[in-house]
Design a protein. Structure first.
Length: 285
């Protein structure tokens, strides 16, 4: 059986290759990455790998991380890396859009999201209050308009123009999504690797690697349509059980649950070339 270290090494190369590509594209040096990696090693070892009933020590952290005691002490004394509030803003904006899509109180006679004035009983402010708690309606409106999910009509009403919230207008926010979404996937993989089989989280994918390039665009449209439909159904179920969206929900404790869908697309040979590199004219349907 192959050693775990070899398997982990290959997995790391696969994970780090696209990540390093992003870092290099944005001028992030290897030294800066190494410093952050050391800090995360120490932080995780400190928080999650202690011995029950005993305070975690510098010496133990040094042993399990491979860093020397002086380096561990230096890193522990560093201030915490500031946590992003992207999750909170993302969830609140997404809930507003979902409520607009799902709740009959904010739909027209056909069941589509209706145009809403800013104020009033049946308004954008009422929508925000119901599905986003105490967020200022104008702040939510500015955010949804900024990302192109909503527009202002000539009659001074808000019209929904997208079926989801994608914070893709600013480079900084796109990079924050990199951390948020990648973390969620790796957390699920870690849970499934270390937890009991009967408590495994859903983790599936479908992928074929010898598909003619002409089918890429068709699959892109099909997967986007089916994926969006699934997300809207799950969103409806979750919004009924989320205390921020539905204050009448009963129960104790607090959990963050959801599901993510992403596309896989990698062109190995351009259209017009077969696997040997020679010209290949496809005359099929």
């Amino acid at each position: 059986m192959e050693a775990h270290s070899s398997v982990i090494t290959r997995a790391l190369v696969r994970i780090l290759t696209p990540l390093v590509r992003i870092l290099l594209r944005h001028g992030f040096s290897c030294g800066a990455f190494e410093e952050i990696l050391r800090r995360v090693y120490v932080d995780v070892a400190d928080r999650e790998f202690g011995m029950q009933g005993r305070k975690q020590s510098v010496s133990r952290i040094a042993v399990i991380t491979g860093l020397n005691r002086k380096e561990v002490k230096r890193l522990r004394d560093q201030p915490l890396i500031e946590k992003s509030r992207l999750d909170e803003r993302y969830n609140r904006a997404a809930r507003v859009i979902s409520g607009w899509l799902e709740n009959p109180a904010f739909q027209d006679a056909k069941g589509d999201p209706d145009c809403l004035p800013l104020e009033g009983d049946r308004s954008f402010s009422a929508l925000v209050k119901r599905f986003s708690g105490d967020m200022p309606p104008r702040a939510v409106a500015d955010e949804l308009m900024r990302v192109g999910a909503m527009e202002l009509t000539p009659h001074e009403e808000y019209r929904l123009t997208a079926r989801g919230y994608v914070p893709g207008r600013g480079m900084a926010e796109e990079l924050q999504v990199l951390g948020t979404d990648t973390r969620d996937l790796i957390e699920t993989i870690d849970h499934n690797l270390s937890g009991a089989p009967d408590g495994a989280r859903f983790q599936r994918k479908v992928m074929y690697d010898n598909v003619p390039v002409k089918h890429v665009a068709g699959f892109r449209k099909l997967s986007a349509r089916l994926g969006q439909n699934l997300l809207e159904q799950l969103n409806s179920w979750l919004s009924e059980r989320d205390r921020d969206s539905n204050p009448k929900v009963e129960g104790h404790g607090r959990a963050r649950i959801g599901i993510g869908i992403y596309a896989i697309e990698e062109i190995h040979e351009p259209e017009g070339k077969d696997k040997s590199g020679s010209e290949n004219k496809d005359t099929g349907p």
